[in-house]
Design a binder for this molecule. Structure first.
Ligand code: GLU
Length: 299
């Protein structure tokens, strides 16, 4: 394991869009510019939302962009037993408990939303059950989820672009009632097992990171470094802006666009190169300097 191994971990619930592709490119640039291995992991945990055709498309879109990876793409759905083992470890450590609350009950019980995204933290109803109340719920049926006992701990971490960050760890779901591991658990286990040292991903996941840092610590893993990169909120190319679906690679390349032009835009949108250049991912790699990632990261 090198200290710079990285990954890209798309969920195959839809086609990759411009933002996903730029994040993937950045993750690849970070790893490869430090001579790191690069892993592609298909996060197909949720059988309802994952589609094999989206996974295949993602793989071919990334290749077209000029991104390469080591080994075969990993499939998260194949790691169910390993995820279960990690859940077992947390249960044994007294940090996971079964929860029978319905969605509606969780909503009602949460007095006020505290998270910035308006979602309310689970108030811990099932954590506090008396033995009798728990027995009654057990008789009523299997749990609807396994939750992490977060203890309202504040967990901090350092992000390359965001600096010192911290957040309160809530009682989030570790395992769903339909026997699907939660993203929060699977991502930590899979990154650790793949030897990932640097996680480069979209900054929509910044709020989840304290949870993942805590899980990694409890499971005895090294906590990776984090780089949360901005999402693309608009695309400034005139030709592309008029397409409402200017998101997928074919739309982006329509009407004579080229991969080099797209990669050039991606590079310039994050301050790596001057606007208007056309270059391959390999050429951009040759000019990659993480210290320059201070530019306007959105279009
Ligand atoms: N699968 C997640 C997504 O597509 C990304 C997970 C991660 O990078 O940690 O949003």
């Amino acid at each position: 394991v090198r200290s710079s191994d990285g990954r890209y971990a798309p969920s195959p619930s839809g086609p990759l869009h411009l933002g996903n592709l730029r994040t993937a490119l950045l993750a690849w640039l970070f790893a490869r510019s430090q001579d790191g291995r690069f892993v592609l992991r298909i996060e197909d945990l949720d059988p309802q939302r994952s589609r094999a055709e989206h996974a295949l498309r993602a793989i071919s879109d990334l290749r077209r962009l000029g991104i390469d990876w080591d080994g075969e793409p990993l499939r998260q759905s194949e790691r169910h037993e390993r995820h279960r083992e990690a859940l077992g470890q947390l249960i044994a450590a007294g940090r996971a408990y079964p929860c029978w609350c319905t969605r509606a009950e969780v909503r009602l019980a949460s007095a006020a939303p505290h998270a910035e995204d308006g979602t309310a933290a689970y108030p811990g109803t099932c954590r506090e059950l008396t033995a009798a109340a728990r027995a009654a719920r057990e008789r009523g049926g299997p749990p609807r989820a396994w939750r992490f006992d977060g203890g309202r701990e504040v967990v901090g971490f350092r992000d390359l672009l965001h600096g010192e960050c911290s957040g309160v760890v809530d009682d989030f779901v570790l395992w769903r009632g339909d026997d699907v591991p939660a993203y929060q658990l699977a991502v930590v286990v899979d990154d650790a097992d793949a030897g990932i040292c640097e996680v480069v991903r979209g900054d929509d996941l910044l709020e989840s990171t304290p949870r993942q840092v805590r899980l990694a610590q409890l499971l005895g893993f090294d906590v990776p470094r984090y780089v949360h990169v901005p999402l693309v909120r608009a695309y400034d190319g005139k030709r592309l802006a008029k397409r409402s679906s200017a998101a997928q690679i074919d739309d982006l390349l329509g009407d004579g666009g080229s991969i080099e032009r797209l990669v050039g835009w991606m590079g310039s949108s994050v301050g790596l190169v001057a606007p208007g250049l056309e270059l391959t991912a390999a050429e951009l790699l040759g000019r990659f300097d993480a210290r320059r990632l201070s530019g306007p990261m959105t279009a």
